[in-house]
Design a protein around this ligand. Sequence first.
Ligand SMILES: Nc1nc2c(ncn2[C@@H]2O[C@H](COP(=O)(O)OP(=O)(O)OP(=O)(O)O)[C@@H](O)[C@H]2O)c(=O)[nH]1
Ligand SMILES: [Mg+2]
Ligand SMILES: [Zn+2]
Length: 329
Amino acid sequence: MAKRRLTDRQKRQISAKQHQIIDTQTDTDTYQGTVVTHHGKELIVSNANQDTINCQLRQNLGTIVCGDRVAFQFIDRHSAPKTAVVVALAKRINLLQKAGFAGKAKAVAANIDRVIVVCSLVPNPSSYLIDRYLVAAENLPARPVIVINKIDLLDDENEHVVDDINSIYTSIGYRVLETSAIRITGIDELQSVLIGSTSILVGLSGVGKSSLVNDLIPDIDIRIGEISQASKEGKHTTTVSTLYSLPTGGNLIDSPGVRDFTPLNLDKQQILNGFVELKSYRGQCKFTNCSHTNEPACAIAQALENGEVAQQRVNSFRKMLADASNQQY
Ligand SMILES: Nc1nc2c(ncn2[C@@H]2O[C@H](COP(=O)(O)OP(=O)(O)OP(=O)(O)O)[C@@H](O)[C@H]2O)c(=O)[nH]1
Ligand SMILES: [Mg+2]
Ligand SMILES: [Zn+2]
């Protein structure tokens, strides 16, 4: 079939699209977009003009998740909402996955530049959970940032929590932000971190991820969870990852809160690589298969003894190694 020649208008439209070119798509009726959300049969894609398009999915494209770049062809571009069919999936930069039911891989989102690990001051954050998110982020790879939300609940009792997180994580190079979604404090700082990249908010249910999105994007009004006293979980808990376009440029993905997070199938080396301050000791233990627990001349045990690394981080590292070796998948 002869190739259709592009009109000037079409050329302008195409050059205006800032999304990554999908190599296999040369058809001029094909447009590029980013998956806003995909849940069951609902698949919403946005294009460079921020139009949201209800899409169907051509078969055999595999799993498509929030943040994926896709090519689509309009079914009806004049309907409200516009409708289209997704015909191709672009190669991913990365894919954040977690261990779901029975250890099965569950894709969370794709093409992530930054992982914003949100914890709340109350109840006290789990350092092991923060560390597992950091390991997952380092292995994507994506740049992690830690957010301590609900800072309005700061008091004499929990002050040390903020100090501990700050001292442990800033000393190994991570940015730690303190926010209150309710009082709207720390939001400008968070906003400046997000500019120009695709970030995902992750963390336990109820820590305030959706509330932060509402602060960052005043035009939207995501339902947030009132913490139910009975279940201690948000009633309007987020159930599907959704990508929002930030007014300052960049995208922000709000993800459903978890009860727990286990990165997927990381081997020993990947776990070590995920602990940024420990990975420099790689290859320095006496035994090449050192489990870094109780062997003599373990470089990590030695670093701990010398006060070069934090006990809490080494505990997390050892626990993650033990958990990984117990995983039956
Ligand atoms: N005191 C205080 N409460 C907050 C703050 N941010 C959120 N909350 C409250 O925490 C509850 C949960 O907020 P959400 O934004 O729904 O939390 P989430 O992390 O999106 O929860 P999931 O969608 O279940 O993952 C709501 O009752 C919010 O009003 C904050 O900074 N301070
Ligand atoms: Mg939410
Ligand atoms: Zn060792």
